[in-house]
Design a protein around this ligand. Structure first.
Ligand code: ATP
Ligand code: MG
Length: 271
């Protein structure tokens, strides 16, 4: 766990130094992570532990290093200092244990929505008819099956996000990295997709590390929310949320617990 908390565990805030409780089979453990681009210090002394099957949400101001943390876990970049393991194994090079929904989607422009969604099955040499059937189902789950034959330039930003999510749903990795996956999606549909994600989590117990700018989304989805500060990127607060999933966004938001958490996160962000 990343930990710089200031309150006790009875209030739901995880006590430091939580990373010391890390065990080998944790999904992700980072210790003393630093990352720089040249002279620019992006991350400073970040500790991170994500347990198997946990949903950990990262929030923080633009540029504080949220995507950088996901990139480190995906292995597209390496820390300047510190150690980072996935299921106890040091991450060196691309981390094939994770499925990564990047902030800017990595869909292939020359392919249709259906063939983009089907990519994880194609890599595994699943027969064409079968992968189209399953990709069609995944597109239906995210509500874009009507656009399955369209190429990417014919899709809206929100439709592209959903195709990327459909593709992720067809991958078998047990760790999802999700970087603002629903940022381009309207509020009503976003709630439906959050529910879908929780349905997926309930049936698979995938580990999820989820970046968002939306505090309500963070509170609705997270088992833990980690608040980061900027310049350099660091952890300023970590808050566990024990209310079981699924949390109805409209109802949970009105509870005293949710309002208190919102207040705490907002105060930490504002510092
Ligand atoms: N390829 C790069 N070269 C140099 N600096 C970079 C590069 N990528 C990111 N940065 C810098 O690293 C810092 C952290 O970027 P990062 O993308 O992790 O922020 P973020 O918290 O995800 O922000 P946002 O909420 O806007 O997505 C920023 O100052 C950014 O300008
Ligand atoms: Mg980002």
């Amino acid at each position: 766990m990343m930990s710089r908390s200031v309150q006790d565990a009875s209030s739901g805030v995880v006590p430091p130094p939580a990373v010391s409780g890390a065990v080998d089979d944790d999904a992700v453990v980072g210790r003393g992570l630093h990352f720089s681009y040249g002279d620019s210090h992006v991350l400073q002394d970040v500790d991170l532990r994500v347990g198997v099957g946990e949903i950990v949400v990262l929030i923080g101001p633009s540029g504080c290093g949220k995507s950088t943390i996901l990139n480190l876990i995906a292995g597209t970049i390496a820390p300047s200092a510190g150690s980072l393991t996935c299921s106890g194994v040091p991450i060196r090079g691309l981390n094939r244990r994770v499925t990564y929904l990047t902030q800017r989607d990595t869909l292939l422009p020359w392919r249709t929505a259906l063939d983009n969604a089907a990519l994880p099955l194609e890599i595994k040499h699943v027969a064409r008819a079968e992968r189209h059937r399953r990709a069609g189902e995944a597109l239906a789950r995210v509500g874009v099956d009507h656009a399955s034959g369209r190429r990417l330039h014919e899709l809206s930003g929100g439709m592209r996000s959903r195709v990327a999510l459909a593709r992720a749903l067809l991958s078998e990795s047990d760790i999802f990295l999700l970087d603002e996956p629903f940022a381009a999606i309207d509020a009503l549909l976003r709630v439906k997709l959050q529910r879908l994600l929780i349905d997926v989590w309930e049936s698979t117990r995938k580990t999820m590390i989820y970046v968002t700018h939306d505090l309500s989304e963070a509170i609705c989805l997270g088992d833990r929310v980690i608040v980061m500060g900027a310049n350099p990127g660091r952890v300023v607060l970590e808050r566990s949320i024990t209310t079981p999933h699924p949390r109805d966004p409209a109802r949970f938001r009105t509870t005293t617990e949710a309002q208190q958490i919102y207040e705490e996160l907002w105060t930490a962000l504002d510092q």
